[in-house]
Design a protein around this ligand. Structure first.
Ligand code: HEM
Length: 487
């Protein structure tokens, strides 16, 4: 019900703006009352008593006087972010809890002292398209020197203008011709060799990639920081404490220069990583690619001559790009194997290509990325993209839904937030589409994929499907890749 949500939104705006004066009046009274009590209690009860009184006043304000107090939701959530922390960190049921809260209270629920949660898809889309959208600094701010972590829209706009040209058009074509195709050659060769021996890629190799990306506990930490703002405040006040958390590793590699403009919380470079610096020199010196074209990295290094900013941009691609592609491919392969009909349709499309041109190295054919059915493969975000009114049978892996041309499917495509929306839309989405389509084409065409041990995957709850697995709950998708064609 978008119109309801809009009026709710206007109400929030109204409450905050219109009633501001009366609230200010009440707050002043409350504060002066608290201070009077504070001094009385300090003289009688000491520090513990005063702290108790101040906390009580804070919770009373949050419960009864805050502009958000008219919104429904658990009282504990209205008082403290500890409600979210408990469900995220201890009960591990935050998504289920959000769904249950919306079921009970409707489309707008208060989930924190200063936070409302909306379940209305259309409203979320409209909100995210605002050019002045601020990001949640508590969550994204832990990496506030990366484009995706810039909370301030003006700062974000300036940096994005520099990076955007490097993620599209010609650059992309060069990347997929040379870089992506060469990597897929290696992948298919290795899979063909290893399928006879172990049935899947050497786990050791995968483990190294997995541990340095998916299992990296910065995501856990970001969740902790989001639900427990005081920890982030402590990190902001004493940045050196970051090195005792998983952030220490990232900081060592990509610590920002304290002089960089727009950095809210800058800290000094504790341990600048010489290795990265040397690698960057190598990239700059090897700026001309095999076909006489410049590599993406070389272009980026020209565009962003300051080394520390260049490192931020590269780190972004590694952290965001690697993680997203890896989890998407995992989900895709899992569902493809579970839906052999989808595999048949992809192969039928690939069979229409002129195999004479590239042989079984079909991923090198530029037409691969324009095939209709293969193009439709996608991945939906939990909660936002499981809205049954927009996506009938939301839990079903149904690539066909993206191919229909009726008004409902047009609305569905407009509402898709797989790559974000508005000013923060994913810069790497065209690269991601290319990599995923070519990889799926390479694997589906050349191999008959099966699960290595489906029963144990099922009993384990398919943990590899979790986008951000909790520590100790990471899973590996293990597959057999028997080649379809003899060498
Ligand atoms: C299937 C794979 C991918 C998915 C599903 C995905 C999804 C997203 C989403 C949802 C956002 C918006 C985040 C937000 O609003 O906070 C985003 C941002 C971003 N992504 Fe991706 N991404 C993928 C692959 C990549 C790749 C491969 C790269 C780089 C090579 C990349 C680079 C970025 C960057 C730089 C941003 C920040 C954009 C900005 O803040 O202006 N992504 N991505």
């Amino acid at each position: 019900m978008p119109s309801d949500i809009n009026s709710t939104c206007l109400q929030i705006q109204g409450l905050v703006n219109f009633n501001y004066t009366s609230y200010r009046y009440v707050i002043w009274h409350l504060l002066s009352l608290s201070f009077n009590f504070y001094y009385v209690l300090r003289s009688v009860g000491g520090a513990a008593g005063s702290a108790f009184l101040l906390l009580t006043a804070k919770y009373i304000y949050r419960l009864l006087l805050s502009p958000l107090s008219c919104f429904p939701g658990p009282r504990f959530a209205a008082c403290s972010k500890l409600f979210e922390a408990y469900h995220v960190l201890i009960k591990n049921d935050w998504l289920d809890m959000l769904e249950a809260l919306h079921h009970e209270h409707g489309s707008v629920v208060r989930i924190g002292p200063n936070e409302l949660h909306f379940s209305d898809h259309q409203f979320c889309l409209q909100h995210h398209k605002r050019p002045d959208l601020y990001k949640c600094d508590n969550y994204y701010g832990i990496l506030s020197y990366l484009l995706g972590g810039f909370a301030d829209p003006a700062h974000h706009k300036t940096r994005k203008a520099i990076l955007q040209p490097l993620f599209s058009g010609r650059t992309l074509a060069d990347f997929s011709d040379s870089g992506a195709s060469a990597h897929l050659d290696t992948l298919v060769d290795r899979l063909s060799e290893s399928s006879h021996a172990t049935g899947y890629l050497k786990t050791q190799d995968l483990k190294a990639v997995h541990d340095s990306t998916r299992a990296f506990s910065a995501i856990d930490l970001a969740t902790v920081l989001r639900s427990m703002p005081p920890i982030k405040m402590v990190f902001n006040c004493v940045p050196s404490l970051r090195c005792f958390s998983p952030l220490g590793w990232i900081d060592q590699v990509i610590a920002p220069s304290p002089s960089e403009p727009g950095l809210a919380n800058s800290w000094t470079i504790a341990n600048p990583n010489q290795k990265i610096s040397n690698n960057l020199k190598l990239i700059k010196s090897n700026s001309v690619h095999e076909k006489g074209q410049k590599s993406v990295l070389a272009m980026l290094s020209q565009q962003l001559p300051e080394e520390h900013i260049l490192i931020h941009a590269l780190a972004q691609a590694v952290f965001i790009g690697n993680e997203s592609l890896l989890s998407n491919l995992t989900v895709l392969l899992h569902h493809l194997i579970k839906n052999p009909d989808c595999i048949r349709r992809i192969r039928a499309e690939l069979d229409e290509l002129d195999v004479g041109l590239y042989g079984h190295r079909i991923w090198r054919d530029p037409k691969v990325i324009r095939l209709k059915y293969l193009t439709s493969l996608s991945f939906t975000l939990k909660l936002l993209e499981h809205d049954p009114t927009l996506y009938p049978e939301p839990l079903k892996f149904k690539p066909e839904r993206w191919l229909e041309t009726n008004p409902d499917s047009a609305a569905m495509k407009r509402s898709s937030v797989t790559f974000g929306t508005g000013t923060r839309t994913c810069l790497g989405q065209f690269i991601a589409h290319q990599v995923l389509r070519r990889t799926v084409a390479a694997l589906v065409y050349n191999f008959s994929m099966t699960f290595a041990d489906e029963l144990s995957d099922e009993m384990g709850g398919y943990t590899y499907l979790n986008t951000y697995p909790k520590k100790g709950h990471e899973g590996y998708l293990k597959l057999h890749f028997p080649p379809r064609f003899s060498p």
